[in-house]
Design a protein around this ligand. Structure first.
Ligand SMILES: [Zn+2]
Length: 253
């Protein structure tokens, strides 16, 4: 049992008792943490609005050992996620950020860089940055930082360079294999999709980009295919189709 402090983003808050909530927080210093917030459901909650979804707060919590939930003792709001007051798309994108972090990160596994990327993504959505680019950059960084970045140059199965006919219909990506496939390895692979080369180039550019750089614009005619590829990779990793995917159709336009 130890008293800890960190910055945190609120990913989820569910009622626990008549007066308490269980909150899942993505912290800068301790990764994903679930804690009981006593009194959080009271009219005059000691936490005020610091536990609203996607709020960024400075927290103090008692870390318990084993399976026992941690105990949140203090939380002070640093920044609200305001996108919901502006439009639905940035709001859904914010919820999607939370769902991805909930689905793909492990409890209590430190992920400071991913915290920074998530924090910046929410700021960018709040600032009205273009959502298709902001979300693709976030997804690629999540995959990269969790060690699941698809390979786009070398065959995901044998590791040899893939010679593609650029005049052909496109490259073959193995979703389960984790990237592009060569002509030999394609046999027997499941979940293979064909992707046009301009889309592949766009995905490769995002895969090699730094998270704090300005993302390059995604051409409108590639957006549908970009979403299709990312949805497939992420559903495979999460073992299910993410709920918010259905609310992000506008990213394809
Ligand atoms: Zn191969």
């Amino acid at each position: 049992m130890s008293l800890e402090k960190s910055e945190a983003i609120v990913l989820r808050a569910v009622p626990w008792s008549e007066t308490s909530m269980v909150v899942t927080l993505f912290t800068r210093d301790f990764g994903k943490v679930s804690a009981i917030a006593k009194g959080a459901r009271r009219l005059r909650s000691p936490f005020e609005s610091s536990l609203d979804l996607l709020a960024k707060s400075q927290i103090v919590f008692i870390q318990k050992s084993g399976d026992t939930l941690d105990l949140l003792t203090e939380s002070k709001l640093i920044r609200r996620f305001r996108s919901g007051q502006v439009a639905l798309l940035p709001l859904y994108c914010g919820y999607y950020v939370a769902e991805l972090l909930l689905g793909l990160t492990e409890d209590n596994e430190k992920a400071s860089e991913l915290y920074q990327v998530s924090d910046q993504t929410l700021v960018d959505l709040d600032r009205g940055q273009s959502e298709p680019e902001t979300i693709l950059r976030f997804e690629m960084q999540v995959l990269k930082l969790l060690g699941h970045l698809p390979t786009f140059h070398l065959c995901a199965s044998c590791g040899n360079p893939v010679q593609s006919d650029r005049n052909g219909p496109g490259a073959l990506l193995g979703i389960a294999a984790g990237g592009i496939l060569c002509g030999i390895c394609i046999a027997g692979q499941q979940q293979v999709i064909r992707v046009r080369f301009p889309t592949l180039d766009c995905l490769m550019a995002y895969a090699s980009e730094e998270w704090n750089s300005n993302p390059l614009p995604i051409r409108t005619e590639l957006r549908g295919e970009v979403r299709f590829v990312m949805e497939r990779f992420i559903s495979h990793l999460a073992d299910r189709r993410l709920r918010l995917t259905d609310f992000l159709e506008e990213l394809k336009r």
